[in-house]
Design a protein around this ligand. Structure first.
Ligand code: ZN
Length: 257
């Protein structure tokens, strides 16, 4: 089975439409969303409607939570302004859909089990696992999943794509992704693969590459393939300004930060 993973769409309709057009050509069986469909960009309701219709597994992100359930203390001013905008713009049906989601989910790929979180397994809604912290987290996952089931674990939330695996991943499975972090076979004796990945962000990439990011998992060879998709960044930035959202949200799209 082939599953496309999107995350952190953040109301960027231009990026979401470009990614879904790219997905069309990839012969996937399903689409999963790791959360944060809203926040930051101009089109929350449109993006929620699309994700709701297309994604067979859809997680709650911290911005989805803030826009529909409760504003947290720790949000910075810009994120907060965007949440206030989202609350005004989001239609009732979309708000109801988001507030009913969970920040974690599982899926059975046959022999392989999938475990998905917006943040992490330790704190599904809030914990950021950036590449620098990922090896420690990966070690704890290896300890947690000591049985002989092959597993695929996915996190979103950081907007930074990454992958770690218990076995060496063939370069061909990495696709467009040049890992800044080794995926070096952390447990050579292990016969049941464990892969941890983050597909990156569709709507606000933060790894210096402004193209929308997503990933496709193939359960046949337990591979994860990363894709970067160009979209109309200028149009998304214009929509942010026209919506009266802070200009910095438009500027960051062009630099992928
Ligand atoms: Zn996010």
């Amino acid at each position: 089975m082939r599953v496309a993973f999107i995350s952190d769409v953040h109301a960027n309709l231009h990026a979401l439409e470009a990614v879904l057009a790219h997905v069309e050509d990839q012969r996937v069986d399903k689409l999963f969303s790791l959360g944060d469909v809203v926040g930051y960009n101009a089109h929350p309701t449109e993006c929620v409607r699309i994700v709701r219709e297309r994604a067979s597994l859809s997680l709650l992100g911290n911005h989805d939570w803030a826009a529909t359930i409760g504003m947290p203390e720790g949000f910075n001013v810009v994120a907060k302004v965007a949440i206030d905008y989202t609350r005004r713009e989001l239609d009732a049906e979309s708000a109801k859909y988001l507030s009913g989601l969970s920040a974690s989910g599982e899926f059975d790929f046959g022999p392989m089990k999938g475990h998905f979180y917006h943040g992490s397994h330790a704190d599904p809604l809030w914990q950021y696992v950036f590449p620098a912290a990922a090896p420690d987290v990966f070690e704890s996952l290896l300890a947690d999943f000591a049985d002989d089931t092959p597993r695929m674990v996915a996190f979103g939330h950081t907007h930074v794509p990454m992958v770690l695996a218990s076995h060496e991943l063939p370069a061909s499975t990495l696709g467009d992704f040049q890992p800044s972090f080794p995926h070096d076979g952390r447990d050579a004796a292990r016969t049941h693969p464990l892969v941890l990945f983050n597909p990156g962000s569709v709507g606000q990439p933060r790894d210096g590459d402004p193209r929308a990011s997503y990933a496709i998992v193939d359960s046949a060879d337990q591979s994860v393939r990363f894709h970067r998709v160009e979209y109309d960044v200028a149009a998304a930035a214009r929509a942010i300004r026209e919506a009266g959202l802070p200009g910095v949200l438009a500027e960051r799209l062009a630099i992928g930060r």
